[in-house]
Design a protein around this ligand. Structure first.
Ligand code: PLP
Length: 401
């Protein structure tokens, strides 16, 4: 019913199936409830947004408290939550400065803009080209969809934004071969999310850092999906013991409220002067207050270690399923609580079976199941999810639809 209404009034950009797609009305922790009162375990996590689960009390309190005080002023003025959030981010990451916006694409757009501006201000560099990886995903604006190394996102939108080249993920030589006198930066997701859950190798990432240093290029990490504790460390970069010059956050940052951030070193930050970039809503007090609450939770002693531990526990469970279904499960991969299971069979069908049994999972590219549960998911919830997944894989093996 609601699906038909939606079809009538909204532009058809989301691949939903009427009659099967739930209508969600309420959520709490890892659980979400549809309009018929049916309960689901949410292992999609709002696509890596609900890092603390649904309606986390600290996030609700921070957002509601701010809603009652001040909702918006514009960036002509100072607001406290914005500076609180910036301070918190700078104190806990390698970044010196922050720019706030409202989404991942906007954060990457800001990263692209500052990288180009930086290159023009530094002697001996007229670079504007940015090298990104195949199978990457950086957003849907014209520049970020061009940065995205997947043709399916480009089709129909040509002419694309000039100045992007693509190289093979986890292949340093491929990146090196794409360098030209016009290169200004390399942009990478340390863990590719949308592109199929691919983790960058340590040698590759350290090699990229060196390649950038040797050639006067900026290294940009898109941590929109893999940042903010998702991999068991605050930043995915922390796994590699290196820091990017610029990195972006969004998805999990606002605990469900829209906010993005582009963070960089002091030296890079100097490339922007007043008037060079802006956002009307960027750094909105309500979103910033919620984000401060998210960061406080994630930074609590032991929280990230727990996330890492639960990620390992979940991955072991998925690997056990690979042993049980060797013909069906081709690969299990990921880091922390961004995990993927590549199937030889129809992933959409597994997704549907799981949904019917009360488990939300996300299928990408038709045969990769992506798991993005809340970082504070409970072990027994992981057990329940694995049991439902096992039943669904059995059903697929029996050829049930
Ligand atoms: C989701 C995502 C984006 C785009 O974020 P939006 O908020 O949808 O604009 C960019 N980069 C990565 C790695 C993402 O996963």
């Amino acid at each position: 019913m609601l699906g038909e209404e939606e079809k009538k009034y909204m532009i058809n950009t989301y691949g939903r199936q009427a009659g099967i797609t739930p209508v969600f009305v309420r959520g709490s922790g890892t659980r979400v409830f549809d309009s018929a009162g049916k309960e689901y375990l949410d292992f999609v996590g709002g696509l890596a947004v609900n890092a603390l689960g649904h309606c986390h009390p600290a996030v609700v309190k921070a957002a509601c408290g701010q809603l009652e005080k001040l909702i918006h002023t514009s960036n002509l003025y100072y607001t406290e939550p914005q500076v609180d959030l910036a301070r918190c981010l700078v104190e806990h990451t390698p970044a010196d400065r922050v720019f706030f916006c409202n989404s991942g694409a906007e954060a990457n757009e800001a990263a692209i803009k500052i990288a180009r501006k930086y290159a023009k201000q530094h002697e001996g560099s007229q670079g504007y080209e940015i090298i990104t990886a195949y199978h990457s995903f950086h957003g849907r604006t014209m520049a970020t969809l061009t940065a995205t190394g997947q043709e399916k996102f480009h089709k129909g939108y040509e002419p694309l934004v000039p100045g992007f080249r693509y190289a093979v993920f986890n292949d340093l030589d491929s990146f090196r071969s794409m360098l030209s006198k016009n290169t200004c930066a390399v942009m990478l997701e340390p863990v590719q999310g949308e592109g199929g859950v691919h983790v960058a190798g340590a040698e590759f990432v350290r090699g990229l850092r060196q390649l950038c240093d040797d050639n006067g290029l900026l290294l940009i990490f898109d941590e929109v999906q893999c940042g903010l504790g998702r991999t068991g460390k605050l930043l995915a970069a922390d796994h590699y013991g290196i820091a990017a010059d610029i990195f972006t956050l969004a998805k999990a940052l606002g605990g469900g409220l829209p906010i993005g951030a582009m963070l960089c070193t002091e030296k890079v930050a100097e490339a922007f002067s007043p008037g060079d970039h802006a956002s009307t809503f960027g750094g909105n007090p309500v979103a910033c207050a919620a984000a401060v609450a998210v960061l406080r939770e994630v930074l609590q002693k032991g929280f990230l270690a727990e996330t890492e531990e639960k990620g390992r526990y979940f991955k072991e469970g998925l690997l056990a399923l690979q042993v049980s279904f060797p013909g069906l499960v081709k690969d299990v991969r990921g880091l922390g609580l961004i995990l993927g299971m590549e199937l030889a069979g129809d992933g959409q069908l597994v997704q549907r079976h799981c949904t019917e049994r009360g488990l939300l999972i996300n299928c990408i590219a038709g045969r990769i199941i992506r798991f993005l549960p809340p970082l504070n998911v409970k072990r027994e919830e992981i057990d329940s999810a694995l049991a439902i997944l096992e039943e669904s894989l059995e059903q697929l093996c029996r050829g049930g639809s």
